[in-house]
Write a protein that binds this ligand. Structure first.
Ligand code: AMP
Length: 597
């Protein structure tokens, strides 16, 4: 496929606002891509290599501007390119506006553009472009661009900067304006056409008439959209279903949301609780055939060489293929955990690992198992995956407690914090492993650093079985005559109480989690005598009751009249011992924000 065809389609995608239309455009492009399908499936997302491959082009903006300037001829310097960028704001538009190819004669004589485009990278399929080649018959193909970008990524050591610049120059020098636009963006990793993995997934399903769920699963296990697109086209749904995890090819890590124990116990019959380690995420791939294990970081970089202890640990214990998920934690001489910054020192260290190993020891805590001895386990429930994990390793495995008792969860958390760890993770024991997804099946519950005592100034009626009780509570701080940081008149004020500042109060958030049914019933009894007004679902309350509230963070926010909002507020308890006059004030909120920033 001509690179120009790709660029023209990318421009259409960029102009398209509607998601469904974008999917249709990408699907059409995939059908036409022929032998370049895998490359095109990556390029539309601004990727040069598959997502499982952390190889970087390592081309900074300066190098790109230099290559562009050189292709624009002797009257344009890298500084000129930068100036244009400052006024235009986007490198693609700048590249498109330059009169490139000024040095085409030079390239033709082999000066300055060694091998550009001749590095292989797959067959080019120029058929079907109907004369889209440039006038001089020297049009770039998708395969050439792919080959050249890969050779840029592979360039290493002395002289590699020159090689990269020369190769880029060679590409820009042959690019038509619209090609230059997308080439520059591709090189700098800012494609900006609004196509991500989800769009590619939908487009593959549409283009090759395969179920979207199968495409999704295939992308999760391979982490390679290009491969999945090809398999969908060539082998259909059966081919997709045959795609498996591969040892050595990392998948995205499953992610967690913030949440509280009540959320977990309300959503699932039982919760699996385990220590949340304060370290760095790793995925360990053990081939089990005598080959060396490889360790990947959360962003899928190969960090094997930086973590010899992890390699030795799994090597000594595993003799079958396995893919493990876990956390690497730095430990002191007593084996107690150190803050995660310490472990990052080890990740950053590429050379002199032995010396850093002396200074900071690390330990692996495995908490999940994606593959064991020929079995892909992504779809197995967590409890079973954990059993398989415990069968593989008899130490270094996080302990998983499955319970429906909030007190037991609290006890695990207390023990974890006592041992110097960060807190606990709450997981749905029935849940599958979903790579790259931040779903509701894993909740991170960090203990609150400090709580706030806040005055309840409004409420909203609950829903469902809680319809006769209040379910959400508006919280306020004392302002003590101070002007609050917010500039809005708090349109969110329950019951429309515009003069909350006249009360010496300013709103700071709403809390709706952390309550048991009994607590909500008691709170209703407490608040009901203080209702001042009601409108729709909302009631306005006179300041009387104080809640102790936990949160993850305090943010500046125009939503509430204090100028701040609590992130993930969580009810801790009623402060029966406190009057509104004893509640926390804006001064304390500002101090807490200041300490964190
Ligand atoms: P956060 O980085 O705050 O979003 O928390 C999620 C991270 O906690 C994960 O990506 C892991 O690196 C880390 N973590 C620590 N212990 C566990 C555990 N037992 N299960 C899952 N993730 C954990």
């Amino acid at each position: 496929m001509r690179f120009r065809t790709f660029a023209e389609r990318a421009a259409e995608m960029e102009a398209e606002q509607a998601d469904l239309e974008t999917v249709a455009l990408v699907a059409d492009l995939f059908v036409e891509a022929g032998a370049d399908l895998d490359v095109v499936a990556r390029f539309v997302q601004g990727r040069v290599v598959p997502a499982h491959d952390a190889t970087k082009l390592d081309v900074g903006p300066a190098l790109c501007y230099e290559a562009l300037a050189r292709a624009a001829g002797p009257n344009v310097t890298a500084a000129d390119v930068e100036d244009r960028l400052a006024s235009v704001g986007e490198i693609g538009a700048v590249a498109e506006s330059l009169d490139l190819g000024g040095q085409r004669g030079l390239a033709a004589f082999g000066v300055g553009a060694p091998d550009a485009g001749d590095d292989g990278g797959g067959a080019s399929d120029d058929g079907g472009d109907g004369g889209a080649a440039s006038d001089d018959g020297d049009g770039l193909t998708v395969a050439e661009v792919d080959g050249a970008l890969r050779s840029i990524a592979a360039a290493e050591g002395a002289g590699s900067t020159d090689t990269k610049r020369d190769t880029l120059f060679g590409l820009f020098n042959r690019a038509e304006p619209i090609e230059a636009r997308f080439l520059a963006r591709l090189v700098l990793g800012e494609m900006r056409v609004g196509v991500g993995e989800g769009t590619v997934r939908d487009a593959v399903a549409e283009a090759f008439d395969v179920p979207v769920d199968e495409v999704e699963r295939a992308i999760q296990v391979t982490n390679d959209c290009g491969l999945v697109a090809e398999v969908a086209r060539d082998e259909g749904v059966e081919g997709l279903a045959d795609l498996r995890l591969a040892v050595g090819r990392p998948v995205k890590a499953m992610l967690a949301q913030a949440g509280a124990a009540v959320d977990a116990l309300e959503s699932w019959d039982e919760a699996a609780v385990e220590t949340k380690y304060d370290g760095a995420r790793v995925q360990v791939h053990h081939p089990g055939d005598g080959g060396a294990p490889r360790v990947f970081s959360r962003n899928l970089e190969d960090v094997t060489d930086a973590l010899p202890e992890v390699v030795e640990f799994v090597d000594a214990r595993l003799d079958a293929p396995a893919i493990l998920d876990g956390e690497v934690v730095a430990i002191d001489d007593e084996g107690d955990p150190l803050p995660f910054q310490e472990v990052l020192r080890r990740f950053r260290r590429k050379h002199d690992v032995a010396a850093t190993r002396e200074a900071v020891a690390v330990e692996l805590y495995a908490f999940d198992c994606l593959h064991a001895d020929g079995d892909d386990l992504l779809e197995a429930p967590l409890a079973e995956r954990h059993r398989r994990l415990s069968g593989l390793l008899d130490d270094g495995v996080s302990e998983l407690v499955v319970t429906d008792d909030p007190d037991e969860i609290a006890a695990v958390e207390e023990a974890a914090v006592e041992a110097g760890h960060e807190g606990v993770m709450l997981k749905n024991p029935e849940s599958a492993y979903t790579p790259g997804k931040r779903g509701k099946n894993w909740l991170k519950r960090k203990p609150d650093v400090e709580t706030l005592d806040l005055i309840v100034t409004g409420a909203e009626w609950g829903e469902g079985r809680r319809a006769n009780l209040f379910g959400t509570f508006l919280l306020s701080v004392r302002t003590d005559g101070r002007a609050s940081g917010g500039d809005s008149a708090d349109g969110d004020q329950a019951g429309g109480n515009p003069d909350d500042r006249n009360d010496g109060l300013a709103t700071i958030g709403k809390v709706a989690t952390g309550f048991t049914d009994e607590e909500l019933a008691e709170i209703y009894e407490l608040l009901e005598p203080h209702v001042r007004a009601q409108s729709g679902q909302e009631v306005d309350l006179e300041p009387a009751v104080v809640f102790e509230v936990g949160y993850e963070e305090i943010q500046r926010s125009p939503t509430y009249s204090s100028g701040y909002a609590l992130r993930f507020p969580r009810f801790v308890g009623v402060r029966d011992d406190k009057d509104p006059a004893d509640a926390d004030g804006l001064v304390r909120v500002e101090r807490l924000v200041g300490e964190r920033s």
